[in-house]
Design a protein. Structure first.
Length: 642
């Protein structure tokens, strides 16, 4: 028998962690992957499995101990081919003093670990296929497993050639960078079995000098105007494509807009790290691009170095090595809208409980995915994310029953089309605003005959400047002046129903119809801008809106919205207030009407106006004064200067 010293493996942190359970005692016979101890840090709990089978001779830790990577856990007696037990023991003792594992007899092969390389994310990913089994002979770059995240799938190649000794994972497991996949016996290295723990980068050192035709650069999500995650609704490239600078890579869609992400450089697409439906945020990896010029290591080399030389970052939801039955985080939520309810006993560490208290989450509602059902931080985060992403139940407001679905195919041929995310959110917001806001709509007409004549006279200057002034630019300026004159229209209601928020800035939103749905970009400080500046912004928003390039932060902070259908037609309509604003102006198509000037009828051009407002914040008399002022301002813009 030989005595092996079992130590704490890489646990993803250099800090000490607490032993919360000792699962074995002296004299126990254990199998490979049996749990030895359970550790708990402020980030996660994890089992430490036995790396080999044998009989426990001495346990060196007890519950409550603080230990770290490399500390001794126990002594394990294992079967040995040597004729004497004393030699291995002495050898083990000597090697322990030198902080190296016991040596094997000369002529044996070194058993080396193959771990998960850099996969571009700190989050755990699923193993969807295992390509090897014990006894298989592998060459370098033969696939070991296939991983799949919510962004991409990828094969993990062998970094060593040799015989597979043990497979440490199975299909359905979740792993992260640095987790052990297999142990492989590499022939020709007989010095020490500790070669298995040497940095995996040594096995790829020969490839470090490989020259590439161009450097491989990571193209990531740029600043998209929000810290939240957005959906990828279209991927425009595939591996092997040649891109020019500014060619689109993906199209992103948030709850307010869609936008293309252009390539910052030209080159050849090496790999695509995302797919349609993936959620990404600023800084997430999109593609790897080989840029012409310079030299670099093959794309896989840096990943191999990182996975071996750098401790894997702690991930609270990753499966500890050898843990059976590990599953991805799932959410167990309440049927009602309440998150907090009377608790049931749960298993979670202090850091997790603190996080749950900060979010107001009852841990009894959260399904733990750690060992023995323990709840980890990712479980709490996923629970909160799920709650935040649940669509609002607009059909149940004020006890209004939902409209039942019908089988329309019995009446004729039909086709079911999925609404874009913008369309879905617009529908939900419209229903919510209509149910919660007591709407009143005030109608009026503005005589814009002189204004139109003035606008037409500006055509030579428009051509010279390259900017077209539309009637909407004058409407924005007039509305900005009206908000100063009637500040009760520039407020928002607090949720408590007892306070108003008075805004001392004037930002005007413009409802823009795009192929993907309705968006409302905002012209900031409209009261401080000239007609030319406003016209330029209107043109810019219209163009970028059609291209899906309006950023999320450009559609926030509006005080008042204008919805203009003047270019389409109609005489009047009732626009829905864009909460938390309290008013919206609808603009219809200009009409030429006979107007009595006191002596005779003359043709005049009128713009129909429809002002919808929240009757909780604005009364009818104020609305009438507002539209009257607006009509006077449009009839004679000199009034704005007063």
């Amino acid at each position: 028998m030989a005595t092996e010293i079992i130590k704490v493996p890489d646990i993803g942190t250099s800090d000490k962690v607490t032993v919360i359970e000792v699962s074995v005692k002296a004299g126990d016979t254990i199998a490979e992957d049996d749990t030895l101890i359970v550790l708990e840090s402020d980030k996660a709990s994890m089992d430490v499995p036995a790396p080999m089978a044998g009989k426990v001779s001495t346990v060196k830790v007890s519950e409550g101990d603080e230990i770290g990577e490399g500390d001794e856990i126990l002594y394990l007696e294992v079967e040995s081919a040597d004729s004497s037990d004393d030699a291995p023991k002495a050898e083990t003792k000597e090697s322990s003093k030198q902080s190296a594992p016991p040596k094997k007899s000369s002529g044996s092969s070194a058993v080396k670990p193959v771990k998960v390389p850099d996969i571009g994310s700190d989050d755990p990913v699923d193993i969807i296929e295992v390509h090897v089994k014990p006894g298989d002979m592998l060459n370098i770059d033969d696939p070991i497993v296939t991983l799949e995240s919510d962004k991409a799938s990828m094969e993990v190649p062998a970094t060593e050639a040799g015989e597979v000794v043990a497979v440490k994972v199975k299909e359905g497991d979740q792993v992260k960078e640095g987790d052990l996949l297999i142990e492989i016996k590499a022939a020709g290295d007989a010095d020490s079995s500790d070669e298995a723990a040497a940095p995996a980068a040594e096995s790829t050192s020969d490839s470090d000098t490989a020259e590439a035709e161009g450097s491989v650069e990571s193209i990531k999500v740029p600043d998209i105007g929000t810290d939240g995650a957005v959906d990828i609704i279209e991927v425009h490239v595939k591996p092997g494509d040649t891109l020019n600078e500014d060619d689109p890579i993906v199209t992103l869609e948030s709850d307010k807009a869609s936008m293309e992400v252009p390539s910052p450089k030209g080159g050849e697409v090496v790999s695509v790290k995302v797919e349609v439906g993936t959620e990404v945020k600023q800084g997430d990896l999109l593609i790897e691009l080989k840029v012409a010029g310079g030299s670099a290591k093959p794309a896989s080399t840096p990943a191999t170095e990182k996975s071996s030389d750098t401790p894997a970052p702690a991930s609270t939801a990753s499966a500890p090595q050898g843990t059976e039955g590990y599953q991805a985080p799932t959410i167990v939520g309440a049927d009602d809208d309440e998150i907090v309810r009377p608790s049931k006993p749960v298993h979670a560490g202090p850091a997790v409980r603190k996080l749950a208290r900060e979010f107001g989450v009852d841990l009894a509602l959260v399904n733990g995915t750690g060992p023995r059902g323990r709840i980890v931080k990712d479980d709490v985060a996923a629970f909160v994310k799920k709650k935040m992403r649940q669509p609002e139940k607009v059909t149940g407001g004020a006890g209004i029953p939902a409209v039942p679905d019908q089988d329309f195919s019995k009446f004729g041929e039909v086709e079911e089309k999925e609404m874009s995310r913008i369309q879905q959110l617009t529908a939900a917001n419209m229903a919510r605003n209509w149910l919660n806001i007591p709407h009143v709509t005030q109608f009026d007409e503005a005589d814009v005959t002189d204004l139109e004549a003035f606008r037409q006279s500006l055509k030579p200057e428009m051509e010279k400047r390259g900017v077209k002034i539309s009637p909407l630019a004058f409407l924005v300026k007039a509305c900005a002046a009206a908000l100063h004159e009637f500040p009760q229209f520039n407020v928002s209601l607090k949720a408590d129903g007892t306070h108003l928020v008075q805004k001392h800035y004037v930002h005007i939103g413009l409802a823009v119809d795009t192929p993907n749905g309705l968006i409302v970009p905002v012209i900031r400080d409209a009261d401080k801008k000239s007609i030319w500046q406003i016209a330029e912004e209107i043109i810019d928003f219209a163009q970028r809106g059609r291209q899906g390039k309006v950023k999320s932060n450009e559609m926030q902070g509006g005080c008042f919205t204008i919805s203009s259908l003047g270019g389409l037609g109609g005489t009047a309509f009732t626009p829905i207030v864009n909460a938390p604003e309290v008013a919206i102006l609808g603009v219809s198509k200009n009409q030429v009407k006979p107007h009595w000037n006191g002596q005779s009828f003359e043709p005049r051009t009128f713009t129909p106006l429809s002002l919808s407002y929240d009757h909780r914040a604005v009364n009818g008399a104020d609305a009438a004064r507002f539209t009257t002022y607006l009509c006077q301002a449009l009839q004679d813009l000199r009034r704005i200067l007063l």
